[in-house]
Design a protein around this ligand. Structure first.
Ligand code: BG6
Length: 484
């Protein structure tokens, strides 16, 4: 980065707190949360007196949990970090396991500010909230108590409302943090800065100059060990209701008067509420068959452990959304996500309109390609703008160039989970969902989910491609451009 960085938030040093991770032996906690906490600790972003209570259903000593973590996370989980962690067995059917945890934290003089992170299967959120609440752990007596809920927030509109009612029976809205780690990704955070801290892009940011927007989140990973959750969720609930719609909102929203959580949320809600209900032709789905990723054979979705052999759950979807407002009417926002695709790429592609008249038409074999703005979230975090240029040399030829700004590898190494955790600890709500946003996105998605229920069986695409054939072509065109 050239020039001095201007910091928007500069929180004063971290306050000591107790972080309680429910589901500490699960995939999310071990792969994302503990490494993020270890990183924060190493960078001095967690106060030295802070403590971490790892909770799970298994009976385990502090020492065995620490060695589980130390082994899995290599150098990130240093002995100094591990010393801050204790383990406690919790069982939702044994309320006393929660009160003994509370008593243990009090007796050992752990910090009274508490963050409860639910790294649990979604079906357990309500039980966890009730048990915490009943053990008095939601009470704030001069200290704070916060609860972090992972997506998906419910399975549909109805269950999202029920979950919210249960949470509110034990916690106030200000205590509830509905996390979406995509919002904390470096480039996603950059969208608003790019759009609203520069004067030159916003005049072009509308239907007059933009022809289409694509939001891509392709993954090489399969369902792994998460079949129990994924098979009843599918890609629309897993990626669209949350991550992709958040990116859409940030790309499409109007500028709020101030960079302040409530105002930003208000503008996003307006986008969600302006989405036209999707029709059958706006949705294409598929499910991965056997294939190869990076030269390695991989199994079909239905042959993955825990997946029913006749499952019709989509692992790929392309959903074209239209925002019915003055700025965006008629501009397709094409959202795409799928598992076991050729490469992992998370990217927004803003496609501008073609030149209105080509003075080069008599000397060029093809149409002039349109300008595109690539907002790369992963890999190669950064922003690129494609434009036409005369290819150097004696002949008159046009060639496409990409002007790039890369920020991969810059910064202090704090990842998305680390950033989201810091914001929870600081009580900063910008990176979190508000309930009205959750309800609006479920409302929008319900016709698409119903449509999936009617479409059977799903189109099978070979693992290692970019989805069913027409989608493969389209996605390859979006992916190829950034690789130049
Ligand atoms: C999670 C989904 O929210 O996001 C996973 O549940 C998905 O299925 C993951 O793999 C992708 O996140 P990232 O940060 O790797 O793009």
């Amino acid at each position: 980065m050239n020039g001095a960085a201007r910091c928007l938030f500069d929180p004063t040093g971290p306050a000591a707190c107790t972080i309680v991770v429910l589901g500490a032996t699960g995939d999310l906690a071990r792969r994302k949360l503990f490494p993020a906490l270890a990183g924060l600790f190493a960078r001095g972003r967690l106060a030295e007196e802070s403590r971490i209570m790892a909770c799970g259903r298994r009976m385990m000593s502090d020492e065995s949990f620490r060695s589980l973590l130390g082994g899995g996370n290599g150098a990130t989980a240093t002995p100094e970090f591990l010393r801050h962690i204790s383990y406690h067995r919790l069982d939702f059917s044994e309320a006393e396991t929660f009160s003994t945890m509370a008593a243990r934290m009090r007796a050992d003089g752990w910090p009274a500010n508490r963050l409860f992170y639910l790294a649990l299967p979604p079906a357990s959120y309500e039980d966890a909230a009730k048990c915490l609440g009943n053990a008095g752990l939601g009470r704030e007596d001069g200290n704070w108590s916060r609860i972090v809920i992972e997506k998906p927030f419910g399975h549909d509109l109805e269950s999202a409302r029920r979950l919210n009612r249960t949470l509110h029976a034990h916690f106030r809205e200000e205590q509830i943090f509905r996390i979406d780690h995509y919002l904390a990704k470096e480039t996603v955070q950059n969208i608003l800065v790019f759009r609203f801290a520069n004067a030159i892009f916003e005049p072009l940011w509308n239907r007059q100059y933009i022809d289409s927007v694509a939001i891509l989140a392709t993954e090489t990973l399969g369902v792994g060990s998460r079949a129990a959750y994924y098979d009843s969720a599918g890609v629309l609930r897993d990626m669209f209701q949350n991550h992709l719609l958040q990116i859409l909102a940030l790309t499409a929203m109007e500028p709020p008067a101030r960079f302040e959580a409530e105002q930003v949320q208000d503008e996003k809600i307006k986008v969600f509420r302006s989405l036209k209900p999707p029709g059958e032709n706006d949705l294409a789905t598929g499910q991965y068959g056997a294939g190869a990723i990076d030269g390695e054979d991989v199994a079909a979705y239905v042959d993955e452990p825990g997946v029913p052999p006749d499952s019709a759950t989509p692992t790929f979807a392309r959903l074209t959304a239209y925002i019915d407002n003055w700025r965006w009417r008629g501009v397709p926002f094409v959202m795409i996500s799928g598992k076991r695709l050729r490469k992992k790429i998370t990217r927004i592609v803003i496609g501008f309109r073609s030149v209105p008249h080509s003075m080069f038409r008599d000397i060029l074999a093809d149409d002039i390609p349109r300008n595109r703005l690539l907002i790369n979230i992963y890999p190669g975090e950064g922003i690129g703008l494609s434009f036409q240029s005369k290819a150097p040399g004696g002949r008159f030829c046009l060639g496409e160039e990409l002007m790039r700004f890369d920020f991969a590898g810059q910064g202090d190494g704090t990842d998305a989970y680390g950033r989201a955790l810091i914001d929870c600890l600081n009580g900063e709500r910008l990176l979190f969902w508000r309930q009205d946003g959750i309800e609006a996105t479920w409302k929008y998605l319900e016709p698409a989910l119903a449509c999936c229920g009617r479409q059977a069986p799903p189109v099978i695409y070979p693992a290692g491609t970019y989805g069913p054939p027409p989608e493969h072509e389209y996605i390859s065109s979006l992916v190829g451009e950034g690789e130049r």
